[in-house]
Design a protein around this ligand. Structure first.
Ligand SMILES: [Zn+2]
Length: 447
């Protein structure tokens, strides 16, 4: 919606109404009686390990039974009516992409919502959900908001990569107002140094209670406060972060400069794991959300392998996430919640590019979406006005039209004045530790 010409060319007051209407529709779909009942249930058991375990076992059994009955990929290979988890192979994104239709339930009736995973290095995976999964996800998110002190009526500020303000707009306000969510949405794409005080002022004027942000966006503001030896002037209840990894040093910096606790959430669109930090800063694996196995890969790290509980349309079973945790010595938390603890999460690297106004842009996941034939991409920026996209492609599909979409998507987020070109490569270079960087920006960091 935000990149449509209708939205871009509307006055701010109409854009506010369009944002509000979108959020109202979402709210009506997600905040149902079923959501409230599930939320009440999962809130009632979070301090009781026996209840959580019973809930977990029941959910896991349902998922496995559904898989052997209704998912072609499993029905063909697993021939038992009482499947156990060990009967299922560990799979990765590769198996799902290669056999895509085979992972979709044949019991498919009702509304189907497709979404793409944040493919950090190229082709996103399309995941299908039904309305029930969306509602179930909402229940867990709402419980997490309660951990962070959220109460109905609280005012929120949202800085999570929505392109609510067209990039062509060079003067504030860099936010829009969502009436039914009682929330301002601030642009993650206009955060050049000159504009940052405006972001702080907007949140203060709105009398914000809770900030929900991408780690990179809120960290930019925390660093701005630090450089100016300043603190967020108002009292916040909390900050909720998700969708990118947040290291402990950055988390502490945000907490110091905003004078409140950061509640960090690790999740992914495949919905195979959720790990949430509590008011004591401990990361809890939410064992009522999914089944998580931790595979020892050496050097102290364990890969997260997850089985989702809340998507019977496209279940993921024993799915390799490529993300890792470090185990903790702690077995219980002062918060009292009966979820196991991990020390920290080693997730995605926080890469960025520099936009035409000198702003850092971290939200690059969406750029390859809608481009067909892309296998992997990496953005390289050696100078301010030029970006190279190295791409591994399927030549039969990736034609000049697809290349054009990729270039336009990039300019949409970084600025029209930037020259963008695509270089087809055999493979993307990896770092010494074997990770694939999403972007390499060689321009000197000024903040
Ligand atoms: Zn805790």
């Amino acid at each position: 919606m935000f990149t449509s010409s209708v939205y871009k060319n509307s006055p701010i007051i109409i854009q506010n109404q369009m944002v509000s209407l979108r959020d109202l529709i979402r709210k009506l779909f997600r905040q149902t009686k079923e959501q409230r009942e599930l939320q009440a249930l999962i809130e009632s058991h979070e301090y009781d390990s026996n209840s959580i375990n019973a809930f977990h076992e029941k959910k896991l059994k349902n998922v496995l039974n559904n898989a052997v009955k209704n998912i072609p990929y499993y029905r063909k290979t697993i021939r038992t009516n009482e499947p156990k988890l060990d009967d299922f192979p560990v799979i990765s994104k590769f198996e799902v992409v290669s056999n895509h239709g085979e992972f979709i339930s044949e019991l498919n009736n009702g509304v189907v919502i497709s979404g793409a995973t944040s493919g950090t290095t190229g082709s996103p995976l399309i995941v299908k959900q039904n309305l029930k999964s969306v509602i179930q996800e909402r229940a867990f998110v709402a419980r997490n908001h309660k951990w962070a002190g959220f109460k109905p009526g609280d005012k929120r500020a949202w800085i999570r990569g929505d392109m609510v303000v067209p990039l062509e707009q060079k003067k504030g306000p860099f936010w829009r107002y969502s009436k039914f969510e009682n929330m301002i949405l601030l642009s993650s794409f206009h955060m050049s140094q000159n504009n940052l005080q405006g972001y702080i002022d907007a949140m203060v004027r709105f009398d914000t209670d809770i900030i929900q942000a991408y780690p990179s966006s809120i960290l930019t503001l925390a660093k701005y406060l630090e450089v100016n030896d300043a603190y967020y002037p108002n009292q916040l209840k909390s900050i909720i972060t998700s969708s990118e990894s947040l290291n402990l040093k950055d988390k502490r910096l945000i907490e110091k400069r905003f004078k409140c606790t950061v509640f960090d959430w690790y999740g992914l669109f495949e919905r195979v794991a959720a790990i949430a930090s509590c008011e004591y800063g401990h990361y809890h694996i939410l064992t009522d959300y999914s089944h998580v196995e931790l595979l020892d890969v050496g050097d102290g790290r364990h890969e997260i392998i997850g089985t989702n509980f809340n998507n019977d349309l496209q279940p993921f079973i024993r799915y390799r996430t490529g993300d890792h945790v470090y185990l903790s010595d702690e077995t219980s938390c002062p918060c009292g919640r009966a979820f196991p603890i991990v020390d920290r999460i080693d997730g995605r690297i926080g890469d960025y590019l520099i936009g035409e106004d000198g702003q850092k842009v971290h939200i690059l996941n969406h750029i390859p979406k809608g481009v067909e034939g892309l296998i992997a991409t990496q953005f390289i920026q050696d100078q301010l006005d030029c970006i190279e996209i190295q791409a591994v492609v399927e030549p039969k599909v990736f034609n000049t039209h697809q290349e054009h979409i990729l270039i336009e998507n990039t300019k949409e987020r970084l600025g029209k004045s930037i020259e963008v070109f695509v270089t087809i490569v055999e493979k993307i270079q990896k770092t010494k530790s074997g990770k694939t960087r999403q972007a390499i920006c060689r321009i000197k960091d000024t903040l």
